[in-house]
Design a protein around this ligand. Structure first.
Ligand code: UT7
Length: 315
């Protein structure tokens, strides 16, 4: 995570909000933000190096680098190419993947297909965002939610991982009827950057929070139910959900009748970091010893697009 901290008290100075409102409505106390000159590629490289080191994989042996992000360094070309170059992944293909909060999960799923088919042996998937660069700090509806961060994983054949952390199932879904629920209306080809766009702040992110709230509770509940169905609730070890809002996570857990002790919530420290949210939470859950070998771990994400995903892993 980047070192800069943006607390609720800091936001109180920027917009008409309060620490009490933010904590009650979202569970967020502070977020991390990139420093001036620090970009998505920089935090991606830090996360990638940690993942490669833990996996014992040399960057030169990577076959593919997937960068899941909606806040790339530049709109052109792919941040993944820059990251691969800095890492020394000389023989790897590299591309960016845009699936917002579900980005890491989409990347994991895409990368796993290359490994399963036997075409590739080492795929690096990074979920990274510098959302602080596209948040409107005059809009209290959105600016309190988001933070920056990066997480990464190396996907390899099961035999290279000592038979551990097996990806059993996955699911990808999308529904463009919610295209404008979380979006940046301008800056793309539909409404290119202009003085007028900057004036009306159309290049910043806009969030229709209540619509997303309803969608997110329903989707998290449905996806976890679907994911655990083939194995049975008794096999469930842990849930690593997209850190969207503490209330959303709690509401879904209540509907699922799953205790909070089986789920990681770190949104209090990081806010919603979109594509970085799941890999960072997964790393923290693993470090805390919350993931029991042999048990089912469900990764689940949902967000802009709308797009959603789950992955079932035998830890
Ligand atoms: O990962 C996907 C992206 N994430 C999302 O899209 C977020 C999903 N949605 C949410 O997390 C919640 O809907 C929010 C945190 C965005 C908002 O919480 P809420 O409980 O749905 O509040 P609300 O939008 O219904 O607003 C309640 C009141 C409103 O005032 P009135 O109309 O009742 O007088 C808002 O104007 O709270 C007001 N409000 C605020 N007050 C203080 C909205 N934002 C703020 C704020 N500080 N930052």
């Amino acid at each position: 995570m980047p070192k800069g901290v943006l607390s609720n008290a800091d936001l109180e100075k920027l917009v008409d909000t309060s620490d009490e409102w933010i904590v009650q409505r979202t569970g967020i106390r502070e977020r991390r933000v990139v420093a001036p000159g620090e970009n998505t590629s920089d935090i991606s490289v830090v996360a990638a190096r940690q993942a490669l080191e833990r996996a014992g994989v040399d960057p030169a042996d990577l076959d593919l680098v997937i960068e899941a992000t909606v806040s790339p360094d530049h709109l052109l070309p792919a941040t993944a190419c820059k990251v691969a170059e800095i890492l020394g992944a000389k023989k790897a293909g590299a591309f960016d993947l845009s699936a917002a909060c579900s980005g890491f999960m989409y990347g994991l799923t895409v990368g796993a297909q290359f490994v399963r088919s036997g075409m590739y042996r080492n795929v690096l998937v990074i979920g990274a965002e510098s959302l602080s660069r596209m948040v409107n700090y005059e809009d209290r509806n959105s600016c309190i939610i988001f933070g920056d961060g990066a997480g990464a994983a190396v996907i390899r054949p099961l035999e290279d991982c000592g038979g551990k952390h097996e990806l059993l199932d996955f699911h990808l879904g999308a529904d463009g009827t919610g295209y404008e629920f979380i979006w940046r209306p301008s800056g793309g080809v539909a409404d290119p950057l202009s003085a007028e766009v900057l004036e009306k702040k159309g290049h910043f992110m806009i969030v229709r929070g209540r619509e997303v709230y309803r969608f997110a509770v329903a989707m998290m509940t449905e996806l976890v139910q679907k994911a655990i169905e083939p194995y049975g609730m008794a096999q469930l070890g842990f849930i690593v959900p997209h850190q969207v809002n503490e209330r959303i996570i709690d509401a879904a857990l209540e509907r699922l009748e799953i205790p909070r002790s089986k789920c990681i919530v770190n949104i209090d420290r990081y806010g919603n970091t979109s594509a970085a949210s799941v890999p960072v939470a997964l790393a923290e859950a693993a470090e805390a010893g919350s993931l029991e070998p042999g048990k089912i771990v469900i990764l689940v994400a949902f967000g802009a697009g709308l797009a959603w995903s789950y992955a079932t892993v035998r830890w």
